[in-house]
Design a binder for this molecule. Structure first.
Ligand code: CA
Ligand code: CA
Length: 179
């Protein structure tokens, strides 16, 4: 019969992100922690208590991996400290018979630069999106600044006026002739 080993024990809010549990930095409660054995099989799962403490006890000696379920952290929080130095929210330890290893602490905090808030679509018309307006093209009066279609329609209107004018003149001539 070998004495059971214990591993833990703190997941904390590393407010100043220096990797050290400073006074005033609280533990993170209700964070899910999973323990895998050397074969990667889940041995146990627990959650941190109100002080951010987790413990796995009565373990046979061997190699274990502690995995912090980051989905149970506040949104957008990132890791500031990992026992093995690699910020992947997991660490592997080898426990001797009866060993008590309470140095497997993980620090998390908000990112130094917060991500932009999620874009929310709004139907409000009180704050319309203003798009930059190109300055108007100034041109001498009487000249159409645009080309193409506008010119064509202008030409069409001019032709209509011309035809109407010819018609009026012809009508007038006919009236004079008749009178
Ligand atoms: Ca700290
Ligand atoms: Ca790690």
């Amino acid at each position: 019969m070998t004495a059971g080993a214990t591993v833990g024990d703190t997941i904390w809010y590393d407010i100043n992100r220096n990797g050290v549990i400073d006074s005033g930095e609280p533990g993170l409660a209700d964070i899910t922690v999973t323990l895998l054995n050397g074969d990667g099989v889940v041995v146990a799962t627990t959650v941190t208590n109100s002080s951010g403490v987790y413990l796995f006890a009565q373990l046979p000696p061997g190699t274990y991996t502690i995995v912090v379920d980051t989905s149970t952290l506040p949104s957008f929080w990132t890791q500031s400290f990992d026992p093995d130095g690699v910020l992947d929210a997991r660490t592997t330890v080898t426990l001797r018979s009866g060993e008590v290893n309470l140095d497997q602490d993980f620090g998390f905090a908000e990112p130094a630069v917060l991500p932009p808030p999620p874009i929310t679509t709004t139907t409000s018309t009180t704050t319309p999106i203003t798009t930059p307006i190109a300055p108007p093209v100034t041109s001498p009066p009487g000249i159409t600044p645009d080309t193409g279609g506008n010119f064509g329609s202008t030409l069409g209107i001019a032709l209509l006026i011309l035809v109407a004018g010819v018609g009026l003149v012809a009508t007038a001539r006919r009236r004079r002739t008749a009178g």
